[in-house]
Design a protein around this ligand. Structure first.
Ligand code: SF4
Ligand code: SF3
Length: 536
């Protein structure tokens, strides 16, 4: 494959086949894509080194998880930080197998993997390995957020190695397919770990009305998925006169009890990630991107865009972890003074919306309402739950999701998580006996709640199979965290999931057929046709 770059990991890939030119649709340049490949090849060699090492330390897992997370769509566009990550991976490998680099008759076992081998492989092998790779990239995001809160799991860490090892070494579809399913199984554990980390640290999300208007103070907008970053920012802005607003996937932070005590935690500003060019301009103050999704910024606000954690953009200031710099083993610690001082010099945000939205329907809150929900199902007031979790994206075809939500009959309830919700969470869809018709469980990272709710309902209704529940799945995907949520649902035995707006480019016809035959996976058509089909 003699292309400048090759990437087909997200839904907006060119022509539904792959980004191959000077840059991807997301704005990722060919050089950055090649560095991400180099990083992935280095991570595979690290996994090979782990296989031969006697003792593995925490730093090995941290490097592996951060390295994978860095390559998730819209996380890092910064070549310098990707090169730095590659060096960290190489140093870790050298530490684990110091004799390899000095060996006079090298066996090649810990050599770096050339990703061209994967991109040029037989299409079914490429497809299965891509499912594994993109799945563990998504899972690494969850593991990263959990580890920031000091929650880790040896089985999950080991599995990152196993999966990377298979991408590098395994060439048979018969052995790769079970690994694809195992990625989903392990991810259920990883999502449970992150749920435990978040809820034990910040409390169980509860029903919350979130203001979408603004106040008259300067503000900082925080986006992405990292709750620890938000916590530090809220602490450091106390008494400064600077307000804090959430953006996109940070909206669900308002649902956690721990953040409600901050008087300057004002509300949510804007919508899903892809509208940020207009919304960041109107915000006037600094923006902190803690994870995806970064859109290459306009010059008009680029100096106001800051990154932290795995996120990066060239020319935007990155706020590092002081505890890591000090070599301290304590929790992640960052100094956001520069952003706060910047905010003080900025005008207050321009109001772009007003009113409130409601959310906080993660598993504990929904299960607290179980009696009410079960009664509504038994009386026929609720006929179906429609899981519409996942990602939003800029493609016009995603207007389907707004239309679908609008046209769903009044006896249906939407269960959502992820930024997909912005396609319908501001519609007046009403409630059923006091239960809102859109129940937002949180970020894409909180999709675990939807699995817990389904399993609990199965138990309450005394069913043998999760597919007997009155739940249909119409999931919107964009990046690799949605891929891993899909694999987790398959691991739970959920069948007949509809995935849109288009099926992943990395599914070969044969792999797609396996998913259709074994799991009944399907695409979408029009809102009218799908409502008829899904609810019949
Ligand atoms: Fe293309 Fe998506 Fe890859 Fe960006 S992440 S280069 S848009 S496939
Ligand atoms: Fe959204 Fe980027 Fe996937 Fe977390 S913020 S769901 S796309």
């Amino acid at each position: 494959m003699d292309k400048k770059m090759f990437c087909f990991q997200c839904e907006q890939t060119v022509g539904c086949t792959g980004c191959t030119g000077n840059a991807g649709v997301c704005g990722k340049k060919a050089d950055t894509a090649r560095l991400q490949d180099e990083l992935t090849g280095a991570l595979i060699s690290l996994a090979r080194a782990v296989d031969g090492a006697e003792t593995i330390s925490k730093s090995t897992w941290q490097v592996m998880i951060e390295g994978l997370f860095t390559t998730v769509t819209n996380v890092s566009f910064d070549d310098a930080s990707i090169k730095n990550m590659i060096q960290k991976v190489r140093a870790e490998r050298e530490r684990l197998v110091p004799d390899c680099s000095k060996c006079l008759s090298p066996c090649g076992k810990t050599d770096e993997y050339d990703m061209q081998q994967l991109w040029n492989a037989d299409e079914d092998i490429r497809s299965l390995k891509s499912l594994i790779l993109f799945g563990i990239r998504g899972m690494a995001a969850y593991a990263y957020h959990a580890s920031v809160l000091n929650y880790e799991d040896a089985e999950i860490n080991r599995f990152f190695c196993e999966a990377l090892f298979k991408i590098g070494y395994e060439e048979s579809a018969e052995t790769l397919l079970p690994t694809v399913l195992k990625v989903g199984e392990i991810n259920l554990k990883c999502m449970a770990l992150l749920d435990k980390a978040n809820t034990e640290t910040y409390g169980n999300p509860e029903i919350t009305k979130v203001n979408i208007g603004v106040r008259n103070n300067p503000g900082i907008l925080i986006s992405g998925h990292d709750l620890r970053d938000l916590e530090m920012l809220l602490e450091q802005t106390q008494g400064t006169g600077v307000d804090v607003y959430t953006h996109s996937e940070m909206l669900p932070a308002h649902y956690y009890p721990a953040f409600k005590k901050y008087q300057n935690f004002v509300g949510n500003y804007g919508n899903a990630w892809w509208k940020q060019k207009d919304e960041f301009e109107a915000f006037h103050g600094p923006i902190l991107m803690t994870t995806n999704c970064i859109v290459p910024p306009k010059d008009s606000y680029k100096d106001r865009l800051y990154t932290t954690g795995a996120a990066g953009y060239p020319g935007c200031q990155h706020i590092g972890d002081i505890s890591a710099e000090n070599g301290s083993a304590s929790a992640v610690n960052k100094d956001f003074t520069v952003i706060i001082e910047h905010a003080k010099k900025c005008a207050p945000p321009a109001q772009i919306e007003e009113g409130e939205i409601i959310g906080g329907f993660a598993h504990a809150q929904v299960l607290a309402l179980a009696d009410q929900i079960v009664a509504a199902v038994k009386s026929g007031s609720i006929k179906k739950f429609v899981v519409m979790a996942g990602c939003d994206g800029r493609m016009k075809s995603r207007e389907y999701y707004t239309e679908f939500a609008q046209k769903l009959p009044g006896d249906t309830v939407i269960l959502t998580a992820g930024c997909a919700k912005y396609r319908y969470n501001k519609l007046a869809l009403g409630d059923i006996n006091g239960i809102p018709r859109v129940l937002d469980a949180g970020q894409c990272n909180d999709s675990y709640s939807l699995a817990v709710i389904a399993l609990k309902l199965k138990e309450i209704f005394g069913l043998d199979d999760v597919n007997q529940l009155p739940i249909v799945y119409n999931i919107a995907w964009y990046e690799q965290k949605a891929v891993i949520v899909l694999l987790a649902l398959l691991a739970l035995g959920v069948k007949h999931i509809h995935l849109g707006p288009t099926l992943p480019a990395f599914l070969s016809p044969n792999v797609r057929n396996v998913l259709i035959e074994q799991f009944g996976i399907g695409g979408i058509s029009t809102a009218d046709e799908d409502i008829m089909k899904f609810l019949s």
